[in-house]
Design a binder for this molecule. Structure first.
Ligand SMILES: Nc1ncnc2c1ncn2[C@@H]1O[C@H](COP(=O)(O)OP(=O)(O)OP(=O)(O)O)[C@@H](O)[C@H]1O
Ligand SMILES: [Mg+2]
Length: 407
């Protein structure tokens, strides 16, 4: 910016929430303030002119409606245009935040900001204003196509969350941290939206995004996904289940499709802990799955359920690779007759084995950390390590034969 004062338009309708931090802006020497008493959605015809004659348009947003979004898009549509800056309360929903950003709002500032800080922020926005200020969210730094692993179970409580969480931990391959290559980027998503326990497993907070998506029906984009992720100290990213009970059937297949597509772009491995219920929004995920792990024990009822589920999932994705993880049983030197019978029913090998180890599993849960940290030398942790290596190897092999993508 030159020495010219920056031009800020403040939309401050009489019946709207006042922008308290804007107090005193009109007294600043290097800022010229225009106050307008219309609502954002009412600037209509004059919106473009307002945007063209100012550097910044400042407005208050508690919630977002379609008329507001239309006004924002309209202001951005033509040539030179002011930077749109929204002041919002902490209570604003992530989905509303996303809608604002997606429509073209450049910055959203919490309404708790002080007048001095607001002034500083506005000055720095105006100085940094570049032609691309209103462009769509920046391109992703690394365009990846991560591999999708879904973890499911033949019966409740068999240990599928334990497998998903610790597999995610292993796939980071942090042993490489002293080498020149970076650890793998891994994200773990808790799709057990009503009873998920990933948050507890990592001593992390619940996240309401899946609840809000279920209620609002919005399609999540990169911004929403980014906001929803919680990054652990280990580098693992997690998307935890909401605290509020979301209706299980309220998510939509298109939402899952967008979520998976976004996560695949930014992570090497995307791991989903599936809910026990068979819901239609899982279909796009099953179609995108590169490897499904079915966690089971070898009892007859569990094997029968595993078979039914495999039938169901392979109907969704005929190429689906399903591998069996036997939990709470050490790998036998020789398979016993009931193991062989199970393999026959499943038409698959009992491939991975994780021993019963209540001490290690309990320690990990108590401390809210993965097994590698709680009991790295335990037999269970070592078996998970082997599972991670084997999963990676089989994914590397299938990568060489790319799937035919159905439209
Ligand atoms: N190999 C194991 N040895 C001992 N305990 C285990 C083992 N695997 C899991 N557990 C314990 O079993 C309990 C259930 O595990 P987990 O939550 O992973 O199961 P789940 O299949 O995800 O259950 P849900 O059906 O509730 O989602 C946990 O207390 C976990 O620590
Ligand atoms: Mg679980």
């Amino acid at each position: 910016m030159s020495e010219q004062p920056i031009k800020v338009a403040l939309l401050a309708p009489q019946d709207g929430s006042p922008v308290a931090a804007a107090e005193g802006l009109d007294k600043r020497k290097d800022l010229r303030l225009t106050k307008r008493s219309e609502h954002l959605s009412k600037v209509n015809g004059t919106g473009v002119a307002l945007a063209q004659s100012h550097d910044i348009i400042l407005f208050h947003a508690d919630s977002v409606n379609d008329a507001d979004l239309k006004a924002i898009t309209g202001m951005r549509a033509e040539g030179k245009s002011a930077k749109l800056v929204a002041i919002a309360s902490d209570a604003m929903k992530v989905t509303d935040l996303y809608r604002l950003k997606n429509a073209g709002v450049a910055e959203v500032i919490p309404d708790s900001i002080t007048p001095d800080d607001l002034y500083q922020q506005l000055m720095s926005y105006a100085r940094a204003a570049a032609p691309a200020a209103h462009a769509a969210p920046a391109a992703l730094p690394h365009m990846r196509r991560g591999r999708v692993i879904t973890v499911t179970q033949s019966r409740g409580g068999i240990g599928s969350t334990t497998v998903a969480a610790n597999l995610a931990d292993q796939l980071q391959d942090r042993r490489r941290r002293f080498s020149k290559t970076e650890p793998n980027r891994v994200v773990l998503v808790d799709l057990d939206i009503q009873f998920g326990t990933i948050a507890a497993a990592f001593d992390a907070p619940p996240n309401e995004v899946l609840y809000e998506l279920a209620v609002n029906g919005d399609i999540p984009d990169a911004f929403v996904v980014e906001e929803a992720l919680h990054r652990l100290e280990s580098g693992l990213s997690i998307l935890t289940a909401p605290d509020q009970f979301a209706p299980l059937d309220a998510l939509k297949p298109e939402q899952l499709k967008a979520l998976v597509a976004n996560l695949r772009l930014r992570f090497d491995y995307v791991i989903f802990d599936l809910p026990r219920a068979l819901v239609d929004w899982l279909a796009p995920l099953i179609e995108e799955t590169d490897l499904m792990l079915m966690v089971t024990d070898t009892s007859v009822p569990s094997i029968r359920q595993a078979r039914r589920l495999i039938n169901f999932y392979t109907e969704e994705n005929t190429d689906l690779e399903v591998q069996i993880v036997v939990n709470r049983e050490s790998k036998p030197t020789f398979k016993r007759s009931h193991h062989k019978a199970a393999e026959k029913v499943l038409e698959r090998q009992l491939l991975h084995w994780l021993p019963e180890d209540p001490h290690a599993a309990g320690r990990a849960l108590d401390h809210g950390v993965p097994l590698s940290k709680a009991a790295g030398r335990s037999a269970l942790s070592k078996s998970i390590y082997r599972l991670g290596r084997a999963a990676k190897k089989s994914l590397d092999e299938t990568k060489k034969q790319p799937k035919v993508v159905k439209e």
